[in-house]
Design a protein. Sequence first.
Lengths: 259, 307
Amino acid sequence: MPVQQRCTVVEMTPINPTTYWMVLEVGNMVEELGLRAGQFLHVACGEANLLRRPISVALAYPDEPEDTAALIFEVKGEGTRWLARRQVGDTVDVLGPLGNGFAVENGGRYLLVGGGIGTPPLLGYAEAFRQNAVAVLGFRSADRVILEERYREACKEVYLCTDDGSAGRHGFVDAQVRDILEKDKNFTAILACGPRPMLKSVAAVAAEFGVPCQVSMEERMACGVGACLGCAIQIADGTMKHVCKDGPVFDAGEVDWDV
Amino acid sequence: MSKVDLSVVLAGVRLKNPIVVASGTFGFGREYGQFYDLSELGGICCKGLTLHRREGNPPPRIAETPMGILNSVGLQNPGVDAFIEYELPELRKHDLAVIANISGSTPEEYGIMCEKLSEAGVDMIEVNISCPNVKAGGLAYGTKPELAAEVTAVAKAHAGTVPVMVKLSPNVTDITEIARAVADAGADALSLINTLRGMRIDVNTRRPILKMNTGGLSGPAVLPVAVRMVWEVSCAVPGLPILGMGGVAKGEDAAQLMLAGASAVAVGTACFADPYAPVKVRDELAELAAEQGLARAADLTGGVRPW
């Protein structure tokens, strides 16, 4: 059950020229309301921006005096620009916890596939599954790379890919995923987050190798709670689901990738 | 400060306060009911219903604009029967007026829905003749006086004792012409305004943000248009109750619509920024009425002193 809360910024660090690591004190959202990585918080971004911005939770910890959540966001427009100007000690108006997060089981073995600003929501899973997690991280170029060290500290193996070859393997993550699955497809599931074309390719490779795949999707969102029906995702059976209420994580097999 | 009586009457239906939530912004109450008891509200205009389930339009369906949003949801809803079976009983657990909002692609469909809803026992039926996001029916009925009158008459004939409120489109040259036609056809109340048609383009991709290219504008940007239209309509059809809406986010906004002639006010898009917006608007309106020494919020209605 979500609540509306003013949250204090306790950490604000740029991690590349357009991406920020922001830690919020979130009251008892982790311990009492079950906030976890892969869910999102709906953050009000100043009076000039009417709508809140949904920001994925990268890490969530119970803590004293308040639980904390790390949100990693990219400056994409006016709202996130406002958010990037917040300083330690400022407060922001937050709705949460919202959304579902990835479905995982203790003792599972996971292949984490993140693209760009889709890498943060998987970080909590990397740090939870550690030696049972293999990560494939994709970015446009070397200067866009984020969180590589955090993933390397946590995971058994980390594969870095860039679109232009300026760091790691030259190419998209789905080629790397294919190479991994050809040698070893003994994963409980692939957990993927990133741009839709990437998710579509990863879902196709996962299906080919018969590995279950969950994808975290994005869509333009208004209310964040399931009331306005704005953030629709077309489902393979012809119906609609909603990123805020049914997602953001969906089974890759239920999404209509051809629209 | 003396306590202000917030109760109002809209087309014979008593609302314990003048704040209603607008159709399409509040679902059937379940989501925002997680934040507060729906009995705080005067009423709910439920998400627009059609005779059969609709999946709505392809995404993107939402685009933010200066002090507003465009939407092209396209009447996604579970259908009138599912509403009656699953949603109405839940809403009835709370003390608020339940106003069902309906859209049809033919006058007959409006009639069938009115019959079902009247039998199921809703408090009021809001007839949507003004949805900008659907091809058949929708806006077409709301822009032609004779069609608007026909739909109103059919709805009235099938609604039994349930009051019929017709929701008007602002996307017309003269809203008073439609208002008069609907009033003459027997409407018990009017609600206005629905969204204004708008468009936003991504200058880099040169694509409209909305997959449907255009959508309906709501939010604070439309408030002055709503105030003007409520005023015009209240002058054109005096005595016909009005549910005013369009960009209300503060008590003062609600008071403006009531002074312009509305008996009650709906809060919509403001909920997306703040789930508690309807409750805050109610409290601010009560405070404003008290400051002005009014005994009843209803005393605001039609109180504008035009130059």
